[in-house]
Write a protein that binds this ligand. Structure first.
Ligand code: ADE
Length: 231
């Protein structure tokens, strides 16, 4: 059997994991061995008895910077142990994560995710150990851990067998470069609001066309940038 998809997380808060990844779809898949999670404490790779992983920034400025030597020791140790897959550093300075990138990573052996704290990570180790810098959105979290969880969740749900109904993966937002159409269930009328008539009609072609129009309209209003990249 080939090794399951594996997320290795470098963090100074390994206790944060699996956290929410231990519940619901990802949690069941983790228990079933569909994927593996390894949270590695960066402090285990510190050189001093205080187990320090950060230091003051050259050039001055606020906050602390994570040391390149400590991170490199951790990465090299894991690589020597056979860890495979792309290296990702979670930072608001990174390129914005896309569903296309998630699909590519989910199809590979797994990821090494580096979680920054403080002001960030010394840039030399990002370059020397070939980390891809990734942001999950234009806002700032207090560390990379929650962003790493978001990346892992997005990948794991695409692994074969994790989401029971594969069709729901094909119809969801971004699968066609559009935001998804709206959903409705019972009751048919709720607080005076009726479900759109077409959905009760049983005309599958009309329903498909209506959903497509809704998807286009909501994308045009909320995310016109997505329409420009439609093939
Ligand atoms: N770390 C802090 N903020 C982040 C963000 N928006 N994306 C990824 N990592 C982060």
């Amino acid at each position: 059997m080939t090794a399951p998809w594996t997320a290795t997380v470098l963090t100074i808060f390994p206790e944060m994991f699996p956290g929410p990844l231990g519940l619901s779809l990802s949690g069941r898949a983790l228990t079933e061995g569909v994927w593996k999670l390894r949270a590695v404490d960066l402090r285990d790779y510190a050189h001093d008895r205080h187990r320090s992983v950060d230091d003051t920034p050259f050039g001055g400025g606020a906050g602390m910077v994570m040391r390149p030597d400590v991170i490199a020791r951790a990465v090299d140790d894991l690589a020597a142990g056979g860890m495979a897959g792309p290296r990702v550093y979670l930072t608001p300075r990174g390129a914005r994560l896309t569903q296309a990138q998630v699909r590519e990573w989910a199809a590979g052996p797994g990821l090494l995710l580096l979680c920054g704290r403080y002001e960030g990570v010394d840039q030399r180790v990002v370059e020397a150990r070939e980390f891809t810098e990734i942001s999950i959105g234009d806002f700032v979290l207090s560390g990379g851990e929650i962003a790493a969880m978001a990346v892992i969740d997005a990948c794991v749900r695409l692994l074969p067998g994790v989401v029971g109904d594969a069709a729901s993966l094909e119809e969801e937002s971004f699968s066609e470069g559009l935001l998804e159409y709206p959903h409705y269930t019972r009751p048919r009328v709720w607080e005076g609001r009726a479900v759109p008539e077409v959905l009760l009609s049983g005309h599958h072609a009309e329903i498909r066309a209506w959903r497509r129009r809704q998807a286009l309209e909501i994308t045009r209003r909320r995310r016109p940038d997505l329409l420009n990249t439609l093939s």
